[in-house]
Design a protein around this ligand. Structure first.
Ligand code: ADP
Length: 388
């Protein structure tokens, strides 16, 4: 687990929203996807128990099953109540353990449906736009396993704030986790970290842990992909029983070690999200596009964590941090917005060491060094080309 992360279980601080105001679901602060390169690694178990842990820590939480091929939310939450129509005409999601839930499995019918990509993403988009989620700190989304077109379309259409990838430590896991990560990068969703599941066996009798696979699988992936391991879960036979009984572990056995591990996961996730919101961990631009975007005249930056952000040239020029533009003693800006030429644009951009961009502006100003951390703060996340 990441060092320096809080392990007190009293509450969780919800970081500022990453989602733009005015977007659909603007009352939902963060939409977090739980994905995996393949099935059977504990993705749904993680999604459900993470949602319950966040709720226990005081957050307002929703849980959406985007795994419309094999919905497992109703079973894992012990939920059999169908959604009803709200007075607004939207769908009122059933609530269990204080969590609003939505899953294809709640809509009835035993016949497995053969979904094709666009149909699947449309159904999931409706879960977002037609369901009355209301005000939420977190909407946890259980994605279908895999990294194919369907998962890609879903990850794109949901407008996720961030994602967590669940993996097991077998030999193939590195490749599979890497594929999962690439998928999120492709749709510009930042990955908060990895969950390593079933790495050891937890004896329910004596609490002894024994290793099932070679050690260090998760560590090597995390190192290679430059991501933290947000939590490791042992194979806990009682967790499997809880799953079968439809009672999340923080409800059935709140004092157990698995319950505490999920509370820690919730806190670690919130901590990583805060880091992301405040500018990222060792983040640096990988692509800086200076192609003027016709309408907006934007500088566009792709970061090494998969995020893309933009800022209008005029605003970037105004926010120049150099001593000519900002009073070093008072911190007050010496230039006024209205004094910045509307057609100002970078004449040349260069990378300075591994910490800043130096911009030579068309108005002749060239003393500004924009540190990567500063850029992360002033650039706004680019809205992905989503269908919602
Ligand atoms: P996925 O969503 O990746 O397909 P699931 O969450 O459905 O995987 O988990 C697959 C099975 O493994 C379920 O029966 C679940 O209860 C069990 N399981 C998941 N994680 C653990 C664990 N740490 N210990 C014991 N059983 C687990």
């Amino acid at each position: 687990m990441n060092s320096g992360m809080s392990t007190s279980h009293s509450s969780v601080i919800v970081p500022a929203a990453l989602r733009p105001e005015g977007s659909p679901l603007a009352q939902v602060k963060h939409i977090i996807a739980i994905g995996s390169g393949k099935g059977g690694v504990g993705k749904s178990t993680t999604a459900v128990n993470l949602a319950v842990a966040l709720q226990k820590l005081g957050a307002k939480v929703g849980l959406m099953d985007a795994d419309i091929y094999g919905p497992s939310l109703p079973k894992l939450m012990g939920l059999h109540e169908a959604p009803i129509e709200a007075p607004s005409g939207k769908i009122a999601p059933p609530v269990i353990h204080g969590i609003k839930c939505m899953s294809m499995g709640l809509l009835g019918g035993d016949t497995p449906i053969v979904w094709r990509g666009p149909m699947a993403s449309k159904a999931v988009s409706q879960f977002l736009s037609e369901v009355e989620w209301g005000e939420l700190d977190y909407l946890i989304v259980d994605l279908p396993p895999g990294t194919g077109d369907i998962q890609l379309t879903l990850a794109q259409s949901i407008r996720l704030s961030a994602a967590i990838v669940v993996m097991t430590p077998q030999a193939l896991a590195t490749e599979i986790a890497r594929r999962g990560l690439k998928m999120f990068q492709q749709v510009r969703v930042p990955v908060l970290g990895l969950v390593e599941n079933m790495s050891e066996y937890l004896c329910p009798e004596c609490g002894h842990k024994s290793h099932l696979f070679s050690r260090g699988g998760g560590d090597s992936v995390a190192k290679e992909l430059d991501l933290p391991i947000l939590q490791r879960f042992p194979l806990d036979p009682l967790l499997l029983e809880d799953g079968d009984a439809g009672v999340p572990v923080n409800i059935s056995r709140p004092e157990s070690s698995s319950a505490k591990l999920f509370l820690e996961l919730a806190q670690n996730m919130a901590a990583e999200l805060s880091t992301l919101v405040s500018g990222g961990r060792n983040t640096r631009p990988v692509v800086v596009s200076t192609e003027p975007n016709e309408a907006n005249k934007m500088l566009k930056v792709s970061w090494n964590d998969g995020r893309q952000s933009v800022v209008a040239y005029k605003e970037l020029r105004y926010l120049c941090p150099c001593a000519v533009c900002v009073d070093e003693n008072t911190g007050h800006r010496k230039i006024r917005r209205e004094d910045v030429k509307p057609d100002v644009h970078p004449a040349r951009i260069q990378t300075i060491g591994n910490y800043a961009l130096g911009i030579h502006w068309s108005d002749g100003h060239s003393t500004g060094l924009y540190a990567f951390d500063y850029l992360r703060k002033i650039l706004v996340p680019e809205a992905p080309s989503a269908t919602l």
